[in-house]
Design a protein around this ligand. Sequence first.
Ligand code: G3P
Length: 202
Amino acid sequence: MLNFAAGLLIAYLIGSISFAVVVSKFVGLADPRTYGSKNPGATNVLRSGNKKAAVLTLLGDALKGTLAVALAFHFQDQLGYSRTDIAWIGLAAFIGHLYPVFFKFEGGKGVATALGVLLGLNWVLGLATAITWIVIAYFFRYSSLAALIAALFAVFYNALLFGINGQAAAITIMSALLIYRHKQNIANLIAGKESKIGQKKS
Ligand code: G3P
């Protein structure tokens, strides 16, 4: 029980590192929480026009999710983690990104981190979800729409691969939170006001 709580805490702290803010500061860009959608995420960093910073943000935010899960798998035997425990540890990293302790609990929408968590849990699950995002983004050019559809498909892919169990519950909560964090994007999409990928915003 203590090991599980420690795993959740460490994952939450790893997830709390906002790469959008850190990378932007490092390369001398404005804080992404001050422009565009004001979301500290790769899509919004791309609106600054700095593609490298956006890619670094994407990688950092995804890898922190993968790292949290990979660490849990690495110490699985010593710490007695079940597969369900590890999925919940991944969810804790995702929640860290959404509500980061280092940034006044004002975080991002969790797309890259969710993808990293899924990749860590199972590469087929992560890859299928990433491909879903890419296909929707390619055809519709909306990062948010791609994320919303990929989040729904992630639940479906996981059920196909692993069935309905504790891991399915963790992934369903992760997708539900991701959708909840996109409520403004959903309103914008419905109103036809959502900006397309790479479209700059003041
Ligand atoms: O990665 C988050 C994305 O789905 C939407 O971001 O900045 O357009 O709200 P944004």
